[in-house]
Design a binder for this molecule. Sequence first.
Ligand code: ZN
Length: 147
Amino acid sequence: MSFSNLKEIYKQIILEHSKYPHNHGIIDSQYKLEMLNPSCGDKITISMNIEDNIISNIKFVGTGCSISLASASMMTNELKGASIEEAQEKINNFLNMIMGKEFDKNLLEDSIALENISKLPARVKCATLGWKVTEKILNNKERDIVE
Ligand code: ZN
């Protein structure tokens, strides 16, 4: 498979997630946070349930560009069912990929489709928004809803 085909597949995966987002919605939970990416106008709200150190459910709602929505959709898929430590490792790994640093492909599922965003600096904040919201919740056990 040539590189250009692979990129086409990546585009398809991103498009699918932005059109038909997974885990879309809001959970009535104390673990809920909204963040903004002012450079593009993206807004993502993440809510989750944490039971026995496991992310038992995670959902998102948002408005913005297809990269930010697709990335949040992929993230919810990949972190649902993970322990807090596993989720933090996956988030760090994803952020490393987007920042063009070394990363472990085995820790990624559909989100590997965003690999080339590292070459598009203007879109980095779009791709990382949902993951950063979740990171903040996990690090701080955020209880406030920013509106
Ligand atoms: Zn964006």
